[in-house]
Design a protein around this ligand. Sequence first.
Ligand SMILES: NC(=O)c1ccc[n+]([C@@H]2O[C@H](COP(=O)([O-])OP(=O)(O)OC[C@H]3O[C@@H](n4cnc5c(N)ncnc54)[C@H](O)[C@@H]3O)[C@@H](O)[C@H]2O)c1
Length: 323
Amino acid sequence: MSSLHVITGGAGFVATNLARALLERGSRLVLIDNLSRGKRSYVDALGHSNRISFIEADVSHEGELEAALSSVSAEPDAEIWHLCANSDIPAGVNDPTVDLRDTFMVTFALLQLMRRNGWKRLHFSSTSAVYGDHGSAPLTEETFVEPISNYGAMKLASEAAIRAWCESSGGRASVFRFPNVVGVPATHGVLIDFVRKLQADSSVLPVLGDGTQRKAYLHVSDLVEAMLFIRQRDLAGYQLFNIGPRDEGITVREIAELVCQRVAPEARLSFGAEGRGWVGDVPRFRYDVSKLAKLGWSSAQSSLETIRMAIDQIAMQEGVGAP
Ligand SMILES: NC(=O)c1ccc[n+]([C@@H]2O[C@H](COP(=O)([O-])OP(=O)(O)OC[C@H]3O[C@@H](n4cnc5c(N)ncnc54)[C@H](O)[C@@H]3O)[C@@H](O)[C@H]2O)c1
């Protein structure tokens, strides 16, 4: 029988891209999501197959999660891709209970179920937000972690709980610290935000922050390739990887200019006064991805190439005509 993969947050942006790649490799999939941000239509777009099933449930609720996955609880070799989280960082700043529930309790409930079911293999989507604000210093996996958002804090707490689960249950976990990931189906993020603002008013693009924020961007297709590459290495114990491009990223001003070129060339840019976009935003981060490069994977695309490709994809998704 083909391998079984359970994906939490399975109706979301990254998860549906991962699901497509796993389906192409012949895997069986169970996608679980409460549809708070993901969409049923993204799952339907994967096509009809008897190798894929979708379950609507709240992963933070132990009983609901256990009932939802009862049909596969007897499969000891199931691999879990834990991707569900609150992806709206400002929402977690305004109300910390959002990240407690949707970013940390989802992890806690899942680990409890993994213990009970004897599931030993976990892949987890963590984030650069666990590092906090280190300015332009390159961030390695050894860099001191000091998150400045509730989201980052709850991801870091999740990493710690996963590390402890590996120790107490003999589990294996790959923890991926994603940078900013772009592509389609876009559910959130700077690109869809800019495209929608320009659709509402093509004369001006209001930008959060002064535009000097500089971050690294990875296309979701590269991200999925990197995660599957790491999985294929079959590493033991707890493994932690930064995944990102090799460059220093691009600025929000450059991104705003590129989106205007594609969507509304006449628009004027209107910047905020602050050096960061919102409370909890890390205005700059620079990844050191040499650990992953030593393992054998590097992104072929720069942040700029990635952003150009994703702007076009998201413009099309939002109904902006071809260039
Ligand atoms: N996209 C990025 O730039 C980025 C960067 C760093 C980390 N990540 C991480 O990658 C993962 C996927 O993010 P994404 O960009 O695809 O976001 P997304 O919002 O598209 O996907 C997350 C999914 O989780 C679901 N979800 C949230 N709370 C849930 C709950 N309690 N029970 C069940 N489902 C729940 C949402 O409905 C959504 O479909 C997340 O863990 C996110 O933190 C993403």
